[in-house]
Design a protein around this ligand. Structure first.
Ligand code: FES
Length: 461
C-alpha cells in the first residue's frame, strides 16, 4: 500500500488558508521527532507521540486486527477509542488501542488474534465457510463426542483476544482527590461548565479521556471565534484550556472516568487510577459516533468524519479516492475541501442518494450508492467517510442513577435533565449533547449555579 503521509508544504489548493492553518497548529510537519516503530517485523517510519494507528495508516497499513469470531478484517474507524478496530499488542502488552498508544522509537507492535498476521489471516476462512451464521454452541454436537471435543479444544485456543502480557502490570496505589465538583468530558460544553464552576468559587477537577481538550471543536476544520480572533479548532481549544488552568481547575487529560459511585468516581489516567470524591458530579461527556448502517460497514477503510479530520491534522490522508457522505453537516463540507486540498479525489452523493454498501475483500475498494438497490451504481474509492447522527454517551450518568429518556427531536435516548442541568439525583448534573434536548443545550452558567447551590446549600433551586 502506498504511503498516505501528506507533505503539508506541498499543499497548494487552499484558498482560505484554513487547511494549512489547522495542520500547522496541530501537527506541523516539523512537530514530533522522526522515529521508527516495528510492526509485525517490518520497520515503519513514525513521529514521536503520534497515535500508532496513524503511524501505520500513514505507511499504508489499514488492517490492524481481526474480529474474534469470523476473523473479518478490522481497521481504525474512530481514532478515539470508541470502536476497538485497532487492538494490537504493544511492547508485549495485549489489547492496546493503537489509536490511543503513542509512537516511540523502537516500540514493538504486533497483530493479535490472527495467523500469521492481521493483514493475511488464514482463519478468515471461517467467514467464508459460514456466510449466514456460526452457532458455536450447537455446531458439531450432533457428530459425536470425539468431534465435539476436538472442536471445543480448537475453539478454546482460538477464543479470546490476545495472549497474556509478558510482564505483570504494575499496580500503583490510586491517587485520591477531593473536590467540590467533578466534570467528566472537556469538549466545548465541559470546558465552559468547568470554567463557570470555578467562577462560582468551587474547587473543580475536570477529566478528559483524550490527551487534549476541545472535543468536536478541536477536530473540526472550521474557523472558531475567540476573544474577537478567528482561530482554527486546535488553537481555540488550547485557548479555552489555558483559561481553565488559569482559573485553578485541576485538569486531567488522558483520564478516563470508567465507573462512578455515590462515594467516588474511578478515573484511569495513563497507567494510574484516580479516586475522585466530589460533592457534585457533572457529566458533559458528549456522544458516541458511528458510521451508520450499510453493508460491510466494518471493512477497514471506513472512517467517521471526525476520524478523517483527525488523521488529516496529524498529516495523514485516509485515502486517495474518498467517498464523503452522511447526515447534513457543515463539517463534512470543510472536511471534503480539506481532503481535496491535500490531493485526494473526493466523491459526494447527489440528492436522494445514500450509501448502500462498502465493497472490497480485505479493505474498501469501492462503494455501492443509489436511491435504492435497483438504481445502485458503484463508485471506486479506497476510503469511505461516513457521518451519521451521534448517540449520547449516557451510560456513566446512568450508572450514577440518571434515567435515560427518549429524545424525540434527535431520535435517540439521552440522560434526562431539566433546563438547569439537574437530574433525578440531586448531586448529579448533565449538560451538552449527552443531555435530553441536547440540540438546545442548557446554558453553562445556569448549570454552574445549580451545582453551586447544591454544593454550598445542599439543595437545588
Ligand atoms: S478504538 Fe481505535 S480506532 Fe476506534
Amino acid at each position: 500500500m502506498a504511503s498516505r503521509r501528506i507533505d503539508v508544504r506541498a499543499v497548494s489548493k487552499d484558498p482560505t488558508g484554513q487547511v494549512l492553518r489547522a495542520l500547522y497548529a496541530y501537527a506541523s510537519p516539523d512537530a514530533g521527532a522522526p522515529c521508527t516503530i516495528e510492526h509485525d517485523g517490518r520497520s515503519i517510519a513514525a513521529r514521536e507521540g503520534e497515535p500508532i494507528a496513524l503511524s501505520l495508516l500513514g505507511a499504508g497499513v489499514d488492517t490492524l486486527s481481526r474480529s474474534v469470531k469470523f476473523h473479518r478484517p478490522r481497521g481504525p474507524m474512530c481514532l478515539r477509542g470508541n470502536c476497538e478496530g485497532c487492538l494490537v499488542r504493544v511492547d508485549g502488552e495485549p489489547n492496546r488501542m493503537a489509536c490511543a498508544a503513542p509512537a516511540r522509537d523502537g516500540r514493538e507492535v504486533r497483530s493479535q488474534n490472527s495467523f500469521p498476521s492481521a493483514q493475511l489471516d488464514v482463519l478468515r476462512v471461517t467467514d467464508w465457510f459460514f456466510p449466514k451464521q456460526f452457532d458455536h454452541h450447537h455446531l458439531m454436537v450432533r457428530y459425536g463426542t470425539t468431534i465435539n471435543e476436538v472442536m471445543q479444544s480448537f475453539a478454546r485456543k482460538m477464543a479470546g483476544l490476545g495472549t497474556l502480557p509478558e510482564r505483570p502490570a504494575e499496580a500503583p496505589l490510586p491517587e485520591e482527590i477531593d473536590c467540590d465538583a467533578l466534570v467528566v468530558g472537556l469538549g466545548p460544553v465541559g470546558l465552559s461548565v468547568a470554567l463557570a464552576l470555578a467562577g462560582e468559587g468551587l474547587s473543580v477537577c475536570a477529566v478528559e479521556e483524550e490527551p487534549f481538550a476541545g472535543g468536536l471543536v478541536r477536530d473540526s476544520l472550521q474557523w472558531h471565534s475567540r476573544d474577537g480572533e478567528r482561530l482554527c479548532g486546535a488553537e481555540a481549544s488550547d485557548r479555552d484550556l489555558a483559561k481553565l488552568r488559569a482559573a485553578g481547575v485541576s485538569v486531567r487529560l488522558s483520564a478516563s472516568a470508567c465507573a462512578t459511585f455515590d462515594d467516588g468516581t474511578i478515573v484511569i489516567q495513563s497507567d494510574r487510577a484516580l479516586w475522585v470524591r466530589a460533592k457534585a458530579r457533572v457529566f458533559t461527556n458528549g456522544c458516541h459516533e458511528s458510521v451508520g448502517a450499510f453493508g460491510d460497514n466494518d471493512l477497514p477503510g471506513v472512517y467517521t468524519a471526525r476520524a478523517a479530520a483527525r488523521a488529516l491534522r496529524y498529516g495523514v490522508r485516509v485515502g486517495e479516492s474518498v467517498l464523503v457522505c452522511g447526515d447534513e453537516d457543515p463539517a463534512l463540507d470543510a472536511l471534503s475541501d480539506a481532503l481535496s486540498a491535500v490531493g485526494a479525489k473526493v466523491h459526494r452523493l447527489t440528492e436522494g442518494e445514500r450509501l448502500l454498501e462498502a465493497t472490497g475483500s480485505s479493505s474498501v475498494s469501492g462503494a455501492l450508492v443509489g436511491r435504492d438497490e435497483r438504481s445502485a451504481h458503484k463508485i471506486k474509492c479506497d476510503a469511505i467517510v461516513a457521518s451519521t447522527s451521534r448517540t449520547p454517551a449516557f451510560e456513566l450518568a446512568g450508572q450514577a442513577g440518571v434515567e435515560a429518556a427518549q429524545d424525540l427531536d434527535r431520535q435517540c435516548f439521552a440522560s434526562w435533565a431539566d433546563e438547569l442541568g439537574r437530574t433525578q439525583r440531586s448531586d448529579v448534573f448533565v449538560a451538552g449533547s449527552v443531555a435530553h434536548g441536547g440540540r438546545s443545550p442548557v446554558r453553562e452558567s445556569a448549570v454552574a449555579r445549580s451545582v453551586r447551590d447544591y454544593v454550598t446549600k445542599g439543595r437545588v433551586r
